[in-house]
Design a protein. Structure first.
Length: 341
């Protein structure tokens, strides 16, 4: 059972979302066309989106997700302002961030669980399940309708380095097979297999961790903790925005961590997520640097020198920010947690 989850909806009156059911029908048709060659998958999808199950699982995830996006498009001010106080408000008891977390536990996790289990069953029944699905995706991506749609979107872009880069990519990758060939050329098969295996293990661990997180009432505990942390971090003069963490923002956050008791379930969740990201980054950063150099050389003919300089500057800033965040994470990971929060 999910503990401490209060459900509230993003969806108002149905007439406010006139296209929702039509888009849902189109999306389901595409999903079943890609994966429906496996009968258990098609059967599960039909069951999950049966009208009598509209208030649970994947059907509810779709409806709530659609309403959230539609509400944002109609009222962009619903997004959090980029301050730590704004982030605190976003995950407060009345904030959308906490609502999203609660909905994930109530509907998203059961949906994800069912889909992953069914796909594993399909792959076990048919060794070519993923290859057949990939061929369906290739068919859709390579269709003239899809390619024409991409071309129309590119035509709307302002002239400049970004548009030139997109046009270059489109000319080099015209099909799913082109993309596969490029990946196979640049990344050894053994490395690809290792990445896939790690991704599957990470997904399994994420689902398992999510069950523990949700059933132990950790949504409220964690959002309460980080709401207080963000409020303590915010300062209109020394820490006015979230875009720069290094410096006074980091000092404020570190001070809060030292003086506060973090819930054990929150610490465990942060450890698993941050630890996984850091270990993956450390393992593949060398490969990224190698391929980055090749990419920068390849695009140098279509991208302005100034834009590459901006990229390098932004990358250096991001590396510094990542180092500060890692240091704060290690402090959070090392403090003694409490089961009472």
């Amino acid at each position: 059972a999910v503990v401490g989850v209060a459900y509230s909806t993003f969806c108002g009156s149905p007439e406010n979302y006139p296209l929702r059911d039509t888009i849902k029908m189109i999306a389901l048709h595409q999903i079943k066309d890609i994966f429906g060659h496996c009968k258990p998958f098609k059967k599960v999808v039909d069951k999950m989106f049966d009208p009598k199950n509209a208030a649970e699982g994947c059907a509810k995830v779709f409806d709530e997700g659609y309403c959230f996006v539609a509400n944002f498009v109609n009222n962009p001010t619903q997004s959090p302002d980029l301050t730590y106080k704004g982030m605190a408000d976003y995950i407060s008891e009345t904030g959308n961030g906490r609502k999203i977390a609660n909905q994930y536990c109530s509907f998203g996790l059961p949906c994800l669980d069912e889909v992953v289990k069914t796909m594993k069953k399909c792959a076990k029944r048919d060794a070519d399940f993923w290859e057949k699905s990939a061929l369906k995706i290739e068919e859709k991506i390579s269709s003239s309708m899809f390619q024409d749609s991409i071309a129309q979107q590119i035509a709307l872009l302002d002239d400049g380095s970004f548009k030139s880069l997109i046009e270059m990519i489109q000319s080099e990758i015209t099909s799913y097979q082109d993309l596969k060939d490029l990946i196979n050329e640049q990344i050894p098969a053994a490395t690809q297999d290792k990445m896939i295996s790690q991704a599957r293990a990470a997904l399994t661990n994420f689902i398992k961790g999510s069950h523990n997180f949700c059933k132990n009432g950790c949504v409220a505990k964690s959002t309460d903790f980080f709401e207080d942390a963000f409020m303590d971090t915010h300062d209109t003069e020394t820490c006015p925005v979230v875009l720069v963490f290094c410096g006074q923002c980091k000092a404020n956050m570190d001070g809060f961590i030292e003086d506060s008791a973090i819930p054990c379930c929150t610490q465990t969740a942060v450890d698993k997520i941050a630890g996984s990201i850091i270990s993956t980054f450390d393992e593949y950063y060398g490969l990224f640097q190698e391929k980055e150099a090749l990419v920068l050389y390849a695009i140098s003919e279509v991208v302005e020198t100034e834009d590459i300089q901006v990229y390098n500057y932004v990358k250096l800033m991001m590396e510094a920010e990542a180092s500060c965040l890692k240091d704060t994470y290690e402090k959070l990971s090392d403090v003694t947690c409490t089961e009472m929060a």
